[in-house]
Design a protein around this ligand. Structure first.
Ligand SMILES: NC(=O)c1ccc[n+]([C@@H]2O[C@H](COP(=O)([O-])OP(=O)(O)OC[C@H]3O[C@@H](n4cnc5c(N)ncnc54)[C@H](O)[C@@H]3O)[C@@H](O)[C@H]2O)c1
Length: 668
């Protein structure tokens, strides 16, 4: 298809004539059948809802087809309307448009649905088993059409994937405002998602899926590398590095697939269990894991061999993580680091495969006998924790990886609570990311070159490294380790071949780093060194964007970890300070109803307006969270906010006074 033909198809939106039906492609990784949850009356409503996108002349054919989809898959995806062209992050100039900003958003959105990137592309799921970009293909087609038609004086409004329309606004306003899964709080239980998603009125947007900011597993590699380096430092003896340390974990899916790669970069020997052969071999083919082994003893022997040689190596164990943990205990092997990254934010619908059941057997049971399946999951979690407890008693450092593992294990009745009533193990945010990164404003800053040219990405790497090296010269000692780790990361980024999909880079940076890097990129777009605009953004898993009591805000101890003011303030503040798009979601990462998270995207087009916007918006986007973390009495954040006030005369943040515990203890 030529560029012009592609543009024509995009501009057409939902076609007037029905495209021919699509055959169900068994080669592709599909979402599991969703739970049977709708009553007959509700099924009729779901159908009626779906047909709203189409002219009545097509209703007879489509009603029957959609009813079948609903019965067969538990959702109406409208497979027939899946486009015939390849969806990928083409160059910005390939997309039709009247607004450069909207075209850049099309690059990002398309990347989220790229077959090489997305977990279940035909069901419009990018990662995490249920992280949707759209609920159905009609929404995709219509959104692309709106983006292609709109100007810089309009804003597209997306309600959980549904394009409500393009509304008049102004040049400085966001081009797109996204909300995903926003519910009346009492309707935010997992079954509410099943029901209202099946009805076609809401979706689970995860974090970067429904906000068009997913950049493949690279997005998480950097954070995972930082986590592993610091986890190793926690148990390292004086002068010891991470070499030779064995790390056991699970999951080779969308996000979790980053673990072996990060393990290699951090220098450890990693074993990642993965039950789904398609997922394991996909990561192996992409070069993200060194080898796939099915035999559990061979897995352990290989790991010991590399540990002995102190050589970094990554092994995918094709099997159940519980079987691996239990075998390690039986053989009494010492493991240094442990975690888990199965999708326990979604435990009953394919996020976690229990021990004792085969992969296909689980897929069947979760639909046909969900109560029985739940029992299997809970039993399996109990066994998993029992094995982990034994290894941690011998000195393994175990941490929760933000996937609700400890939460679901505790709900299953596993022996995972400490005497003080909390969890026996820390989350990686409590111990590592929170105090070392978020409290100082370091977070998963990222960018995408919309030219889709690798040479543009190379130049951005170089610019970013120059900026960080300059900042590092005067950085205070409190953040010098972070600066060193980040400079090392960016200097090795190209060598580590991290790009899957769009020409993207992630680089943990603080407010100063993000702003200076962004301003330099904008200059390079202006003077033509970069051939097309750069999109700036971040993961929601950051300083300010996410309120999530068991993950991003798990190192907040003033009781406010169960509030969501920070995330809401963040998205509102970003939107009027110049973000090109903003999004706010219910339920990313740890589960529906468990978190509110928000993000932004900003198109750096080289203009002066953009220079003004990026300085204003990035400053707020980072310092909102630092201020809140400081108010929660986190030392690093108090330090960071005071430092920021010295740098920014217009900033005045309320700083906490610290009461003496002895004074308080006397009173109660
Ligand atoms: N730590 C972080 O920074 C971070 C970031 C994003 C997501 N997460 C969380 O991590 C989890 C995983 O995310 P993802 O995108 O990789 O999800 P995913 O669903 O794509 O991958 C999870 C993988 O685990 C496998 N699996 C499930 N049960 C298993 C078992 N018992 N044994 C072996 N393999 C098993 C699945 O087959 C799947 O491939 C999610 O809950 C997500 O919210 C954490």
């Amino acid at each position: 298809m030529t560029r012009e033909e592609f543009k024509k198809v995009v501009l057409q939106g939902i076609p007037n004539e029905l495209p021919s039906p699509k055959t169900y492609d068994t080669e592709i990784n599909h979402a599991p059948k969703r739970k049977e949850i709708l009553t007959v009356k509700e099924k009729k409503l779901a159908l009626k809802n779906a047909l709203r996108y189409f002219e009545p002349k097509h209703h007879e054919v489509l009603a029957k087809e959609f009813a079948e989809e609903l019965e067969k898959y538990g959702r109406i995806y409208m497979y027939r309307f899946r486009p015939d062209y390849d969806i990928s992050a083409r160059s910005i100039d390939d997309f039709p448009g009247k607004s450069r900003q909207a075209q850049a958003i099309m690059v990002m959105l398309s990347n989220n649905l790229d077959y090489a990137v997305a977990q279940h592309p035909h069901e419009l799921i990018t990662y995490g088993g249920n992280g949707a970009v759209f609920q159905n293909w009609a929404q995709y087609l219509l959104t692309m059409q709106y983006l292609a038609e709109m100007t810089d004086e309009q804003t597209l409004v997306l309600y959980s994937g549904h394009p409500m329309g393009i509304f008049p606004s102004h040049k400085d306003a966001p081009r797109v405002v996204v909300t995903n899964g926003m519910m009346i709080p009492n309707y935010s239980k997992p079954d509410d998602w099943e029901k209202f998603n099946a009805l076609g009125v809401t979706q689970y947007g995860q974090m970067t899926a429904g906000s068009f900011m997913y950049i493949g597993p690279q997005g998480i590699v950097h954070g995972t590398t930082i986590t592993l380096l610091n986890a190793s430092r926690k148990i390292a003896k004086e002068g010891e590095g991470s070499e030779g340390k064995i790390f056991i974990t699970s999951g080779l899916g969308g996000m979790s697939g980053a673990q072996p790669k990060a393990g290699n970069i951090a220098g450890v020997v990693s074993i990642t269990a993965e039950i789904n052969p398609k997922a394991a071999y996909k990561r192996h083919e992409q070069g993200w894991v060194d080898e796939v082994i099915e035999d559990v003893d061979k897995v352990i022997d290989t790991a010991l061999e590399y540990s002995e040689k102190k050589e970094a190596h990554s092994i995918a164990f094709l099997g159940n993580i519980v079987d691996l943990w239990e075998r390690v205990v039986e053989r009494d092997v010492f493991i240094h680091l442990g975690s888990d990254q199965t999708s326990l934010h979604n435990p009953w619908a394919g996020g976690y495969y229990p021990a004792g059941l085969g992969y296909e057997e689980s897929n069947k049971m979760m639909v046909e006998n969900p109560d029985e399946f739940k029992k299997y999951v809970q039993e399996s979690l109990k066994r998993q924790i029992a094995a982990i407890n034994k290894l941690s008693d011998k000195g393994m450092y175990f941490f929760d990886y933000g996937n609700a593992f400890l939460l679901e294990s505790s709900r299953a009745g596993a022996d995972v609570m400490s005497d003080e009533g909390g969890f026996r193990y820390p989350s990686y945010v409590q111990d590592i990311m929170g105090p070392m990164c978020f409290d100082y404003g370091f977070g998963p800053f990222r960018w995408v070159c919309t030219s889709s040219k690798p040479e543009d990405l190379d130049l951005t790497d170089q610019i970013a490294m120059d900026v960080l090296e300059e900042i590092a010269k005067t950085a205070p000692v409190e953040i010098s380790q972070q600066m060193r780790d980040n400079i090392r990361w960016i200097s090795e980024a190209k060598k580590n071949k991290l790009v899957v999909g769009s020409q993207a880079r992630i680089l943990y940076a603080d407010c100063e780093g993000r702003t200076k890097i962004a301003a330099e990129f904008n200059k390079a777009v202006n003077d033509g060194r970069l051939s097309a605009p750069v999109v700036l953004g971040r993961d929601h898993h950051d300083v300010s964007g996410t309120d999530s009591p068991f993950r991003e805000t798990s190192n907040i101890y003033d009781g406010s970890q169960f509030t969501a003011d920070m995330a809401i303030q963040n998205v509102i503040g970003d939107s009027f300070r110049g973000a090109t798009w903003v999004s706010i979601h219910n339920g990313g990462g740890v589960g529906w109803g468990e978190v509110i998270n928000g993000g932004f995207g900003m198109v750096l087009d080289g203009s002066e307006d953009t220079d003004r916007r990026l300085r204003m918006m990035l400053h707020w986007d980072v310092n909102n969270g630092i201020a809140r973390r400081s108010w929660a009495r986190n030392d690093g954040a108090v330090f960071a906010v005071k430092r920021e006030m010295e740098r920014t005369p217009d900033l005045k943040v309320t700083v906490p006074n610290i009461a003496d515990d002895k004074l308080i203890d006397k009173l109660f």
